[in-house]
Design a protein around this ligand. Sequence first.
Ligand SMILES: [Mg+2]
Length: 175
Amino acid sequence: MMKLLTPDLHVDSVLDLDLEKVKANNIKGLIIDIDNTLVSWELKYASEKTKEWLLNLEKTGFKVCLVSNNTEDRVVTFNEELKLPAIHRAAKPRIGAFKKAMEIMGTEVTNTAIIGDQIFTDVLGGNRMNIFTILVVPIAGKEFWWTTFVRKVERHVLRVVLKDHKGEKTNANRR
Ligand SMILES: [Mg+2]
């Protein structure tokens, strides 16, 4: 169970992501969540810095597809300037939208990564398919009470998972 909830990488922000490291894992396609991964839940558009980061991904050879559980309105507005492939109402952690995204990008499970801020949608969905998962710290913002509740559970799970992880590493080192 914990394995399903553990990301392969954990970074503070997409902007901190080491793209060379991602490439070194043979990743060619990036499925990216929108809300609280690229922009605060309450803002319509990404910051200039984030927009630049997103558009630069394609220049550096990655395929990109935005995959959000939010509405068509939200996703289309966010994507107005970016014009990236995008899927709304993705119903993550169900895997249908991830399959569709890989079809759009022409990538496979083995060379795709999912970037998102939620363990129970982005990471769980990705791990269910054995896709490389990258968890980011959620961008702060006012949220639905439900998300706030899920966050609290997530923080707890993350603590447990990270503790587990450390344990594993220590054991490995001993061998
Ligand atoms: Mg999100």
